[in-house]
Design a protein around this ligand. Structure first.
Ligand code: ADP
Ligand code: MG
Length: 854
């Protein structure tokens, strides 16, 4: 026979087959059956069992309720979803079985527990609603209240997801969406249906039309936003209440960066260089608030395309850049600002603690000073405009100051949260209780005096409250009104009627205090919540100020300059540096280099040079300078002029050492194909040793064909940097008018190669491989033999290119002078109508045919 509790458990569990059900029983969250086994394993806690009725024993693993947060974090990180089932009727008053209900489903995208969240990153719940060619993409961060939707071309979805890096993605069942390893939740397609979704949004925001949100009539955008509301309504009502408004992002207002590019340029994570954290975000982040840090990261992931907006950011950065005093003062003020976004959202959601309110008031107090600061100076225009977004919030500050005590206890209810003087009622209860409390506090001394028993003690336990303890030896001396309650080995415990009277007064007062204080605190929160939107706006303005101050600070500390950004298609960098590599080297060691590109003239730069010369660093540095310019940052250069770039593409050839086979090579080619299909005239393409993952001839063929395509295709013609160790590619400049050769100069000093790190016009003409091998520490014997082999090869054909190859006509045979039939076939090809697979198959075929020739 199962007990009622067991039946209740089974009923609720049946509704949550996909979640781990944490079933509240008294002071524990219990898990049973399979859940218990999973939980015991993943949390490394004891697996026991529990008997329900006669003979039914089931596995059990329990978590103490007060330790929930830590365990929850571990369960979520281990990839589980968790249903929290609470007791919803009071066990003390309910007869029989306590009511229980799932109050929240905790998933990666709906976590609000601070200890589980990363303060410097947003935690997005995203929803994707696909149709042909387009997708709706909505995302929400319930910890900050941000809720955004939009529509993007289906081909951009992967990049958008890479940029957002959502903690969880909602998709229609069976839509076959690839979220690149992010946790996916399939919902019934009805959750995305535009009509119902629009209805749900209108009801949630209590509006008649979605016009104000900018997504009226955008079915996919509406559908995906509606799915988020639907999901939160089921899993996290409080979280849903935190979403204050919806904004629609117009396509084309931000530069698109694909997943690979974000990684190749090391925008958020290092990897190529020594330090794992050495990224662009690391260099640019001198923010003082978590809000500012999150915003700066968002900016880095989504550079601007709007010159006006960009100019405004630059003006404020310049305002900070021009005065160390301003930066210092702003840093001081911002250091006192907490995470207003997350605080106010907790206030609105009803989960704020007393200390949260104090932190909020303290943060808001800095506001007027920040605003004042941003008004200073003759050049204050743009800064002052930004500062005016910071509200004064005197009422909120005043209310919190009047209501909350200076050093409140962590949770509400013990009477130490609400400030004396705020509520006459509460003060009266507290005063009333004080007499009784004082009586009990003084009881031990007064009873010792009265009875003359020196060892008399007053104690407290949960079973019978306050008691007076007297040792057995003195038991005959106790007064008549003492009532014995308990006999211990050496002592007797008594109570007196008077003492019980005072005790019940204390207890009653405590209950009243808890009740009244909780009501007062909730009232204060509700009052503050009425200003939530305004407070949120202030938080966002402070975040902008913080991020722009950070950019100004870094610009001053690292000698960056304000770039000129215009609508042209040029790019001129004078004495540019790589922001991250520069930071990793001792000051003054980084060698600056110029770069010039333009769609009209120097469209495609082929950069050659030996290994370790600095090719990869240079081409990334150009891309990073463009990106920095378009987030409003100053750039590491003597001067820079940047024609707006709408997309940056980077591809890095696979290292030819490890696991390179046809399939990885295939990946590289598919990626290259994607660039050629997505790039437009305003794109910037950065190719680092592509074609490397295969034999020399294949690689060279592909590298060359790619370069020609970019140069010649009428829809492309975009600025391109191509680093390669295929010296043969330098010949392209002879045939294509907008190709330029550069190389990273090296010098020889008594047989040693010296890296000069300077980019100079012209192609590299020697291979320094053996020199580099020597630098790398290969044994002298190997080096000597290599020189021998090299000179033997000098005259012979070798695909790997010994010095002096340019004079060897033989070597260029297969590609640079292809046989006429193959050429004809090549000329007849229409690559834009081929799939990457067909293209690669054709390429192999042509290669094989070319090789058949003597
Ligand atoms: P390549 O791609 O030509 O093999 P990298 O760009 O990877 O060379 O550069 C190799 C190393 O040289 C880098 O890790 C960096 O430390 C150093 N380096 C590159 N460019 C510069 C420069 N301009 N000034 C100083 N050091 C540089
Ligand atoms: Mg390289």
């Amino acid at each position: 026979m199962s007990t009622p509790a067991r039946l209740q458990y089974l009923r609720i569990k049946a509704e949550h087959p996909d979640e781990i059900l944490l079933f509240r029983m008294g002071d524990f969250y219990e898990t049973f059956d399979d859940d218990a086994e999973v939980v015991a394993r993943d949390l490394e806690i004891a697996l026991t069992s529990r008997e329900f009725g006669k003979g039914e024993r089931v596995p059990l693993a329990g978590i103490p309720y007060h330790a929930l947060e830590g365990y929850l974090g571990r369960l979520i990180r281990a990839g589980h979803r968790v249903a929290l089932c609470e007791q919803t009727s009071d066990p003390a008053t309910s007869r029989g079985l306590v009511d229980r209900e799932v109050v929240r489903i905790v998933t990666p995208g709906t976590v609000v527990e601070e200890s589980i969240l990363d303060p410097a990153a947003n935690s997005y719940l995203a929803a994707v609603c696909p149709a042909d060619g387009q997708v709706g993409l909505a995302y929400a961060d319930i910890t900050t209240g941000e809720f955004v939707t939009g529509q993007v071309p289906a081909g951009d979805l992967a990049d958008e997801l890479a940029r957002l890096s959502p903690a969880e993605v909602l998709v229609p069942e069976g839509a076959g969406i690839d979220a690149a390893g992010r946790p996916l939740v399939e919902l019934a397609p009805a959750a995305f249906a535009p009509e119902a979704a629009a209805d749900r949004l209108r009801r949630h925001f209590s509006v008649l039309t979605l016009e104000a949100f900018g997504c009226e009539g955008m079915e996919l955008a509406t559908g995906s936003a509606g799915a988020i509301v639907h999901y939160l309504d089921r899993s996290h009502r409080d979280g849903l209440a935190r979403l204050g408004g919806l904004s629609t992002r117009s396509a084309g207002s931000r530069m698109l960066l694909d997943d690979r590019t974000v990684r190749n340029l090391e925008l958020f994570e290092g990897g190529r260089s020594a330090r794992a954290d050495a990224s662009l975000a690391w260099v640019l982040d001198d923010t003082r608030t978590a809000m500012g840090a999150r915003l700066l990261r968002r900016w880095i992931g989504a550079p601007l395309l709007d010159l006006g907006e960009l100019g405004t950011r630059q003006d404020v950065v310049e305002w900070f850049h021009s005065s160390a005093l301003r930066r210092l003062r702003a840093a001081e003020l911002l250091s006192g600002v907490s995470d207003i976004e997350r605080l106010i959202v907790r206030v609105r959601g009803g989960s704020a603690s007393p200390r949260d309110l104090l932190a909020l008031a303290d943060s808001l107090r800095a506001g007027p000073q920040v605003r004042e600061l941003l008004r200073s100076g003759d050049d204050a225009g743009p800064a002052a405009a930004l500062g005016s977004g910071v509200g004064a919030h005197e009422e909120v500050i005043g209310l919190i100051g009047a209501a909350v005590a200076d050093d409140p206890s962590a949770s509400v209810g013990d009477g130490r949260v609400i400030r004396r003087g705020y509520s006459a009622e509460l003060d009266a209860i507290r005063d009333g209780a004080r007499g009784a409390r004082d009586y009990i506090a003084g009881l031990e001394a007064s009873e010792r005096d009265r009875t003359g028993i020196r060892s008399l003690k007053v104690g407290y336990n949960r079973v019978f409250g306050y008691y007076i303890e007297v040792s057995k030896a003195n038991a005959d001396r106790v007064p008549a009104e003492y009532v014995r309650r308990q006999t211990l080995v050496n002592a007797e415990r008594y109570v007196t009627p008077e003492m019980k009277e005072y005790e019940s007064r204390v207890l009653e007062a405590q209950d009243r205090i808890a009740e009244v204080e909780a009501a007062l605190f909730a009232g204060v929160c509700a009052e503050v919540a009425r200003s939530a939107d305004a407070v949120l706006a202030t938080g966002r303005a402070l975040a902008r100020i913080d991020a722009l101050r950070s950019l100004g600070e870094v610009a001053a500390a690292r000698a960056y300059v304000r770039p000129e950004v215009d609508g042209g298609t040029g790019l001129e960098i004078e004495a540019g540096r790589h922001p991250v590599v520069e930071r990793m080297l001792p000051a003054g060691q980084f060698v600056p280099n110029d770069a010039t590109l333009s769609a009209e003239q120097e469209q495609l730069v082929v950069l050659t040079g030996p290994n370790m010369a600095g090719k990869s660093t240079f081409i990334r540095q150009v891309a990073l300078i463009v990106l920095m310019a378009q987030i409003g940052s100053f750039v590491p250069a003597r001067s820079a002029r940047v024609g707006l770039v709408d997309r940056i593409f980077t591809r890095v050839g696979l290292q030819d050492d490890l696991t390179v086979g046809q399939s990885t090579f295939m990946v590289e080619m598919v990626e290259t194909a994607a660039i050629l299909n997505h790039a437009g005239p305003r794109s910037l393409i950065v190719l680092d040793e592509i074609g490397r993952g295969t034999s020399t001839y294949d690689g060279l063929a592909i590298a060359r064909a790619t370069a020609e395509y970019i140069h010649n295709h009428p829809d492309l013609g975009c600025r391109t940097l191509f680093a390669t160790h295929y010296h043969e590619l330098t010949r392209l400049a002879e045939q294509l008018p907008r190709v330029r050769n550069y190389n990273v100069s090296v010098a020889e000093d008594r047989g040693e190669v010296v890296f000069l790190r300077r980019i100079v016009p012209g192609g590299a003409d020697r291979s320094y491989g053996v020199h580099v091998a020597r630098l790398a520490g290969l044994p002298a014997g190997v080096i000597a033999r290599a020189w021998d082999v090299l000179s033997e090869l000098e005259g012979a054909e070798s695909p790997n290119g010994p010095p002096g190859r340019a004079e060897s006509p033989h070597r260029q045979l297969s590609l640079l002078a292809p046989t006429p039939r193959v050429v004809e076939e090549l000329a007849a090809l229409d690559p834009s109508s081929m799939t990457p697979l067909e293209a690669i198959a054709k390429l192999y075929e042509l290669r094989d045919r070319a090789r058949e020739r003597p």
